[in-house]
Design a protein. Structure first.
Length: 121
């Protein structure tokens, strides 16, 4: 049996970064092009600065955030090109391991059985 190649490291980091509900909440802070410092993220999420810094580092390693230094401050922002690249890699991987059917029958979500619609007679 041929085993598909494992996910590449950057895509694994991407999935790991999104696996935490806390990191998902942090990502939402960057909606609309927001740029935030560690302290601002910590305050808005109710985290300690060291915890916020660790979470931001994982998001950055996962390709979800980028950062730039402005004097003593480091500002983080969503990394749209990084996110797009990781999503493309993930989609390509899933296409190799679990290709869509050629008939398109699998394109529709399964429907639940219609319980209680039978008429008693």
């Amino acid at each position: 049996m041929n085993t598909p190649a494992a996910l590449d490291g950057p895509t694994q980091d991407f999935l790991k970064a999104l696996a935490s509900e806390t990191r998902q909440q942090i990502m939402m802070l960057f909606a609309g092009g927001q740029q935030l410092t560690v302290g601002e993220v910590a305050d808005r999420c109710g985290l300690g600065q060291s915890t916020a810094s660790e979470q931001l580092a994982l998001l950055r390693r996962g390709g979800l955030l980028s950062s730039s230094r402005q004097g003593k401050l480091v500002r983080y922002r969503a990394d749209a090109p990084g996110i797009t690249a990781r999503l493309t890699n993930l989609q390509n991987y899933l296409g190799r391991c679990c290709p869509a059917s050629e008939t398109g029958a699998d394109d529709e979500p399964p429907t639940a059985p219609n319980r209680g619609s039978a008429v008693a007679g």
